[in-house]
Ligand binder design. Structure first.
Ligand code: NAD
Length: 341
């Protein structure tokens, strides 16, 4: 097929406008129709993106035979229905994170995409961040040594959601990034959290993933916090690294720090010594991660290839979220994570 890929987008809220801005900038596609049920959002989008037809019914996008791919940026509770209808209509689909809000829905969506030979990509944006790619390279090249443990924080004040809790809203980013970096899947999860603003919707969650070996990853998410933090620390046997995504530059600091032990020793000081070496601040290629993510989706549609964050990736994240939710509801009890295949 020649010419730009015709796409349609459903959902023009805070994040949807970022997606639309990026897709509009890309020559590989043409955004034909965008939709929102909210008149205020439609008016804002019409003003910001005058070249795009704005409608109030997503069915206008589903029914349009010229539209090859659909981008879904509605609240997660709507992802399943819209994605199913789009796939059934023969479209490739990009759906924001979390893929859906239950494992059963996730499975049936992935099955439907496979059956219909359609692309299903989930917006695990951290897998497209240039800093994440550098961290993955560090791990692959053994620069950090054995990865002992990781911890991340994704906290700020707002946006308070009224459907999914802070775990389902924020943690997909951290879970997808950590699985992507380590290339392995957690065995067990523990999570605690609490709600203060809306009954039953946790504003803050602390989750720990335990992997097969001793590797451990802790995730703190909250929309009720005075600080804005987007930070990941990885502690390895050789080096330690901090990725601070709130910084405009110098996002990665690589520390040559650690504890060295010797097999042959006579005193405790000989046995164990602290290594406090240089700090390196590597260049991280610039560019908006969302732009890279959008480009990847279009490449996958054009070449009909599996996205990095495909439906299976979405399912793996869902299974960790579900296990963490179960743990949360059991006061932090350890819960086995079932790898869905
Ligand atoms: N990748 C990221 O970093 C990131 C950041 C923020 C949000 N998100 C995700 O993006 C999605 C949207 O989040 P948001 O912050 O823009 O939420 P939002 O509430 O600001 O916007 C959602 C929009 O969808 C519209 N909508 C709801 N049902 C609809 C329907 N049936 N048809 C058409 N429009 C409908 C709403 O009117 C609203 O304008 C969520 O899945 C969220 O998790 C991702």
């Amino acid at each position: 097929m020649t010419g730009p890929i015709e796409i349609g987008q459903v959902g023009l809220g805070a994040w949807g406008k970022n997606l639309l801005r990026n897709f509009i900038m890309l020559n590989q596609c043409h955004v034909k129709v965008a939709c929102d049920i909210d008149a205020t959002q439609r008016a804002k989008a019409s003003e910001m993106f005058p070249g795009v037809v704005i409608t109030n019914k997503y069915e206008d996008i589903i029914k349009d035979d010229k539209i090859r791919a659909v981008v879904i940026a509605t609240p997660p509770a709507m992802h399943y229905q819209i994605a199913m209808e789009a796939i059934r209509a023969g479209k490739d689909v990009f759906v924001e994170k979390p893929l859906v809000l239950s494992i059963d829905e996730g499975k049936s969506l992935v099955e439907l995409a496979e059956k219909n030979d359609r692309i299903l990509m989930v917006g695990h944006i951290m897998e497209y961040h240039p800093a994440s790619l550098l961290l993955k390279q560090y791990i692959k090249d053994g620069i950090l040594g054995e990865v002992y443990y990781l911890y991340s924080s994704r906290i700020n004040l707002g946006k308070v959601r009224d459907n999914e809790n802070s775990l389902w809203s924020f943690a997909p980013h951290d879970i997808s990034l950590i699985i992507f970096l380590l290339g392995k899947f957690p065995k067990r999860v523990t999570a605690t959290g609490s709600y203060y603003i809306q009954k039953g919707i946790e504003d803050v969650c602390f989750m720990t993933m335990h992997f097969d070996d001793k590797t451990m990853a802790h995730v703190h998410v909250s929309w009720l916090d005075p600080h804005k933090e987007r930070k990941l620390t990885i502690v390895g046997s050789k080096k330690m690294v901090v990725f601070d995504d709130t910084k405009a530059s110098e996002k990665i600091w690589l520390y040559d720090k650690g504890v060295d032990t010797k097999l042959d020793y006579t005193t405790y000081d000989e046995y164990m010594s602290l290594r406090i070496g240089d700090i390196t601040i590597p260049h991280v290629p610039s560019g908006e991660p969302l732009r890279f993510e959008c480009m990847h989706f279009l490449d996958c549609v054009k070449d009909h290839k599996h996205p990095r964050s495909d439906g299976d990736d979405g399912l793996q994240v869902l299974s960790v979220l579900q296990a963490a939710q179960n743990s949360l509801e059991k006061g932090g009890a350890p819960i086995e994570v079932l790898k869905i295949s």
